[in-house]
Write a protein that binds this ligand. Structure first.
Ligand SMILES: *Cc1c(COP(=O)(O)O)cnc(C)c1O
Length: 565
């Protein structure tokens, strides 16, 4: 045990051995006959669901199934991870392991997360409050260090990004506090909202500062607040101490299963896209809230919530409540905190405040999934966003789909795991199906779009020239003119069959309900020509899905005839 933990932990905890269930030595998935834990071989859950739920069994005490997942996610060894029943449990464990009733103290920096103080109080301990600096909610480093030296808090809780203020604490400030506390206190960096910020986690520096630990949670970015799952990342000795105080089976098997399922990389790729849009929504709200007479100041946030000052907190709260919207009144005078909702929810809030007269246009976003014998694909498109995250297993095809997203001006996230041993046929066809379905759903009733688009693409100084045209008529037609020189393109170690190119566009047209025309006007190099096809269709599609600013259903005559002629 490191000296710092020997010095700071409660003597009672240092003497304690953790509750040792017979199960902790046995793998969870073993075929052994388990008669060791007074469990019932029958489960009411199985009777009701008519399947084997395994809920008659106690869960794995260490949530072992999640350790490799968190180890990869946070880049730390399994021995440095403690899975807790929400971060709230982690905070509670820290107080119980380190703080003696009536003797020890913790330090927190209000306005900040309320649980630090509550957990300390429950343990009979005082909280030394060092308020954040008034201008910008940054740490008052000088006073914190002074208090560490004079009042000996056992634990210092730093929250970055902080709730309720939403700002990130300066790296140099956190570092100064950590350094000043070496041999004196445990520093906890609560990173509940860290995924919303593009900054390295303090977990990367665990080796450098063994008296520091980091808390993460599944509740915010991952949207799993109901699952109750938090993660403590710290020195293995600290994890060992906390484990002595944790309940025997802290994480329900339903939680373990739900988190494992949700952290599937396919789901995360799409979650990332949706959270990017949530951040755009936050920026829109920050701007529009200021247009309300009742909002005096909006504090800059790097999270999924916003803190702002109103003229009159109660009047503001009640006005929204009448419209069926609940926000959080904060303790400081006239401040309100709100989570960023879906676009249509935020619109309703802005309408209740009189900032908007009517809802703004709906999100043009859709997710489509397809699972066949050969492939499993999830795709998500957003017609009003940019960016792509594509992984099909075929490098060249990824590159082509990136062109489709980039030149089509829409966001595309697509993950495909498939059987590439039987060739790329299934992957290419199934991706076209899923993209077509997602685009069609995102377009909805197609109100207010151009509907038509056409474009010419030149590649490699005129070497290849391809013309494309798209009509989102609802009628599936595909005309593909042009010949490739070879049956395969050798690229990135993959052999991509050129015959899959017309097949891709035919399938896309079927599932999107669009007329797609591709004309290879000239070209010698297959790679250039294929790329030209994807870019020309993308450019046309981008025009066709673009909003005209009007609200009419796209007319059925006109532009397309000209474009295609
Ligand atoms: C929400 C929140 C947590 C609690 O997370 P759970 O894992 O749901 O218990 C911890 N810290 C801060 C700052 C939070 O806002």
């Amino acid at each position: 045990m490191l000296e710092i933990f020997e010095k700071l932990a409660r003597p009672a905890v240092l003497k304690l051995k953790p509750y040792d269930s017979a199960r902790s030595q046995i793998g969870a998935d073993s075929d052994l006959i388990l008669l060791d834990a007074n469990e019932n071989p029958i489960s009411a859950a199985d009777i009701m669901t008519n399947r084997k739920t395994n809920l008659n069994r106690y869960p794995d005490p260490r949530a072992g199934a999640l350790l490799p997942i968190f180890s990869r996610l946070y880049g730390v060894d399994a021995a440095s991870i403690l899975v807790t029943l929400g971060s709230d449990q982690g905070i509670d464990l820290l107080c119980r392991v380190f703080c003696r009733e009536g003797v020890d103290k913790i330090l927190a920096t209000p306005p900040t997360f309320g649980c630090y103080k509550i957990s300390a109080e429950l343990q009979g301990c005082e909280t030394i409050a060092v308020p954040l600096l008034e201008d910008g909610f940054q740490l008052d480093v000088k006073t914190i260090i002074e208090k560490i030296n004079t009042e000996n808090p056992k634990i210092v809780f730093l929250c970055s990004p902080n709730s309720p203020s939403g700002n990130v604490m300066k790296t140099e400030d956190i570092e100064a506090v950590i350094k000043a506390a070496a041999d004196k206190a445990i520093i906890i960096v609560d990173e509940a909202y860290a995924e919303f910020v593009d900054q390295p986690s303090w977990a990367k520096r665990l080796d450098e500062f063994p008296h520091m630990a980091v808390m993460r949670t599944m509740s915010k970015y991952y949207g799993l607040a109901g699952a109750r799952c938090g993660v403590m990342l710290g020195h293995p000795d600290l994890i060992d101490l906390l484990r002595r105080a944790i309940a025997p089976y802290p994480i329900p098997s339903t939680t373990i299963d739900a988190v494992k399922e949700a952290l599937n990389p396919k789901a995360i790729a799409i979650l990332d896209q949706k959270n990017r849009i949530l951040i755009e929504e936050r920026k829109r709200l920050e701007e529009l809230l200021l247009q309300s007479d009742e909002v005096l100041k909006v504090y800059p946030s790097e999270t999924n919530f916003i803190l702002f000052e109103t003229k009159n907190r109660d009047a503001f709260y009640n006005k929204l409540k009448k419209s069926g919207i609940i926000v959080r009144k904060y303790s400081a005078d006239n401040t309100i905190r709100m989570s960023v909702g879906l676009k249509e929810q935020n619109d309703l809030l802005l309408m209740a405040l009189g900032v908007l007269d009517a809802p703004q246009s709906q999100d043009r976003e859709a997710t489509a999934a397809r699972k066949s014998k050969e492939t499993e694909i999830v795709a998500c498109v957003n017609l009003d966003q940019q960016g792509h995250n594509i992984s099909t297993g075929i490098g060249f095809f990824d590159h082509m789909l990136q062109q489709l997203s980039k030149h089509g001006g829409f966001a595309l996230t697509l993950t495909c795991t498939g059987d590439l041993e039987t060739g790329d046929h299934h992957t290419v066809e199934d991706c076209a199906i899923v993209i077509g379905q997602a685009l069609a759903e995102a377009l909805g009733d197609k109100r207010g779009i151009n509907r038509y688009g056409s474009g010419e693409i030149k590649l490699a100084m005129d070497e290849a020239l391809v013309h494309g045209a798209v009509d989102l008529s609802g009628r599936a037609v595909c005309s593909f003119k042009g010949e490739f020189k070879h049956a395969y393109i050798d690229s990135d170690g993959t052999n991509f069959a050129t015959e899959m190119v017309p097949h891709f566009f035919k399938t896309l047209s079927d599932y999107l309900g669009a007329a797609i025309h591709v004309d290879i006007l000239k070209g010698e190099n297959d790679h250039h020509m294929v790329e030209g096809c994807f870019k020309a269709v993308a450019k046309s599609l981008g025009q066709a899905i673009a909003l005209t600013g009007g609200d009419e259903l796209a007319s059925t005559k006109g532009v397309f005839d000209r474009a295609a002629s």
